[in-house]
Design a protein around this ligand. Structure first.
Ligand SMILES: Cc1cc2nc3c(=O)[nH]c(=O)nc-3n(C[C@H](O)[C@H](O)[C@H](O)COP(=O)(O)O)c2cc1C
Length: 191
């Protein structure tokens, strides 16, 4: 059985390092997972005026979150935090009140920046936000990538060390999904 994964990439430029990182990880996950990359840039800006009767794309987004067995966030760092487009998506998934679609989903976070900080600040912020929404974010392995030299002209990953890191990350991520599914079943049996 392939796990259904809802994926969000916070870099929306044509040459996004994070989209390249996502594509490189995808190769390690594709045997076990079906990856659904949602175009978060197409979501409108969140407004409480819209949340009770939102545009169709919001319903589609929340439905795809609900159907997923796990989440994957690949984020750049903007001014020591996550880009607004990703926060906007997280906010949509959390609303309206009482309809937080993220809760209890296992998730992985990783990211690439053009500098040595490697999205550490962004990922810590995202962990804080997702924690408040009840998302079960994987603790280890972590990937904070300086992606400035990791990819070739065609966007392909050319750094062997990073290739190894992504393999380990993929193994850890699959185990995290399995562990969460097992504990959910056990909790259901107890209740
Ligand atoms: C508004 C803005 C703020 C940024 N702030 C940071 C930062 O705090 N830390 C960092 O390492 N890089 C920062 N960068 C550089 C990004 O790491 C770099 O643009 C990266 O390529 C963005 O990811 P992407 O290619 O997936 O869009 C910033 C870039 C922009 C446009």
């Amino acid at each position: 059985m392939a796990y259904q994964i809802l994926c969000m990439v916070g870099g929306i430029s044509r040459n996004s390092l994070n989209l390249k990182l996502f594509r490189a990880l995808e190769g390690n996950l594709s045997e076990r997972c079906s990856l659904d990359l949602f175009p978060i840039q197409d979501l409108p800006f969140f407004s409480q005026d819209l949340e009770m009767d939102p545009p169709a794309i919001v319903g589609d987004f929340k439905e795809r979150i609900e159907k997923s067995q796990a989440l994957l966030f690949v984020t750049p760092e903007y001014n020591r935090s996550i880009p607004g487009v990703l926060k906007n998506a997280v906010d949509w998934g959390s609303r309206p009140a009482g309809k937080n679609t993220w809760a209890r989903k296992p998730a992985g976070i990783l990211g690439a920046s053009a500098g040595n900080i490697g999205t550490f600040g962004a990922q810590q912020h995202l962990r804080q936000v997702l924690g408040a929404l009840g998302v079960r974010v994987m603790l280890q392995p972590e990937i904070y990538l300086n992606g400035s030299k990791a990819f070739g002209d065609q966007g392909q990953l050319i750094d062997d060390y990073v290739k190894g890191m992504l393999q380990k990350y993929a193994q850890g991520y699959i185990s995290w999904i399995q562990e969460n599914m097992r504990t959910s079943v056990e909790a259901a049996h107890r209740s």
